[in-house]
Design a protein around this ligand. Structure first.
Ligand SMILES: *Cc1c(COP(=O)(O)O)cnc(C)c1O
Length: 221
């Protein structure tokens, strides 16, 4: 089942769009099944869970951290994580840089933008993000690579609203790319789209979709 869903999903992805298989709350056996089907990028949202899975599973898996990351837990994942999607403050970015320097790595990071109408979602507003980029301190950090932006649309069946949110994030991505990263090849990822809205996200320009439920089924929290 899992292998079939991986094949279905990846075969319909346009060029330049990659799948992050969101395996949070699912056992290593489920991940191994997806891995056997060729999937290499997996997304987790809790540090301890990611730690345990990283230890047990093949080392060529590219682990993406997609959840809310607490500053005091950064050190546990920095030695091996490929991309951190949820950078929502300059302080967190600084901590990733500090821990990455300690282990001699450079870690890819996405700035998380708040695009949903819900209060609960983390992330920068467009203005906060512009201010941080304009301040320029980030450019002194030698051990993080800013690779793009991430966002979550409002959890609603109103797909028109979802499309508008994705389009506004895509427009903001183009603004940031042109304004601060025009000659930086690393800055190219737009992480948006989950099980119920990934077609809309792809249409708006997503390069990384984060899909869990469609592949692995419902999560038991
Ligand atoms: C859980 C989660 C997903 C996957 O959601 P599904 O609806 O199961 O596809 C994607 N992104 C983030 C940030 C998540 O926390």
């Amino acid at each position: 089942m899992i292998a079939q869903r991986i094949h279905t999903l990846t075969s319909e992805l346009p060029e330049g769009v990659r799948l992050v298989a969101v395996s949070k709350f699912h056992p290593v056996e489920a991940i191994a099944e997806a891995y056997a089907a060729g999937q290499r990028i997996f997304g987790e949202s809790r540090v301890q869970e990611l730690q345990a899975k990283h230890e047990q599973l093949p080392k060529d898996i590219e682990w993406h951290f997609i959840g809310h990351l607490q500053t005091n837990k950064v050190k546990y994942i920095v030695p091996y994580v490929s991309l951190i999607h949820g950078i929502d403050s300059f302080r967190l970015l600084t901590e990733v840089d500090k821990q990455a320097e300690r282990v001699g790595r450079s870690v890819g990071c996405l700035l998380q933008m708040h695009i949903a109408r819900e209060e609960t979602k983390f992330g920068f507003s467009f203005d906060e993000c512009r201010e941080m980029l304009q301040a320029g301190e980030w450019s002194k950090l030698q051990h993080v690579r800013l690779c793009g932006l991430m966002g979550m649309a409002t959890n609603t069946d109103n797909m028109q609203q979802v499309e508008e949110e994705f389009r506004s994030l895509a427009a903001f991505f183009r603004e940031v790319k042109a304004g601060w990263f025009a000659s930086d090849e690393d800055f190219r990822e737009l992480s948006m789209g989950m099980t119920h809205d990934y077609p809309q996200a792809i249409a708006a320009g997503s390069t990384l979709i984060r899909v869990g439920t469609y592949i692995f089924g419902e999560r038991n929290y």
